[in-house]
Design a protein around this ligand. Structure first.
Ligand code: ADP
Length: 198
């Protein structure tokens, strides 16, 4: 099994790279998606969040009110740490379960937005960092529905390009077209992934 950690700042193109790698046959483990799954109604994760932050974080239908929770943890660093301490072990456990059922020769790509921030670079055979010019990222995020101020605030809250670069085994530049990105992913697959799985 080859374990690849895929990261990059918000709007850099991680999900796009994930899709390209999945087309090549990689198994994708998406940390954001798992983080939502472990807080679905009826889960121990959601019960833990309600214990910690009160029933004000629940919407009328009993699901998590993400905006209410975000408002709490955005304003309070200690609350954010308590939330992370609740959610991260659940995400790690679920990711481990998904990886445990993958075939021995699988290429497993973990899409982890905060890989560098949470110090996980050592958990992977290869760390792939997707980079794009910050102004290009802002424009793409605005196109995706964020306000410009929100896009800039989120970018500023994450690690810097320099910090991510220091953790990277492979850098993919996604400031250009999708075709240019796909070419880099193809080259990465042929030059780094295929030899490592032989
Ligand atoms: P991330 O997962 O890192 O936040 P995404 O892969 O979701 O980033 O990309 C952010 C947005 O930019 C998406 O709407 C995506 O379709 C778009 N996008 C990604 N790469 C390119 C590109 N090379 N050219 C144009 N749009 C792109």
């Amino acid at each position: 099994m080859l374990r690849i950690g895929l990261t990059g700042g918000i709007g850099s193109g991680k999900s796009t790279v994930s899709k390209l790698l999945a087309e090549r046959g990689a198994i994708i483990v998406d940390a954001d998606r798992i983080a939502r799954e472990v807080l679905e109604p009826g889960t121990p994760g959601l019960a833990g969040v309600v214990d910690a932050f009160g029933s004000g974080v629940l919407a009328g239908d009993g699901s998590l009110d993400r905006a209410a929770l975000a408002a709490i943890v955005f304003a309070d660093e200690g609350a954010r740490r308590r939330l992370d301490a609740l959610v991260h072990p659940l995400v790690r456990q679920r990711s481990g379960e998904l990886i445990a059922v993958a075939p021995a020769d699988a290429v497993v790509v973990n899409d982890v937005p905060l890989l560098v921030e949470t110090g996980q670079a050592g958990s992977y055979d290869l760390v792939v960092v997707v980079e794009a010019d910050p102004e290009v990222r802002v424009a793409r995020l605005v196109e995706r529905g964020l306000t410009e101020a929100d896009a800039r605030a989120r970018i500023a809250a994450q690690a810097t390009d320099e910090q991510r670069r220091a953790a990277a085994d492979v850098l993919l530049d996604n400031s250009g077209t999708l075709e240019e990105l796909a070419e880099q992913v193809d080259r990465f697959w042929v030059e780094r992934v295929v030899p490592a799985t032989r």
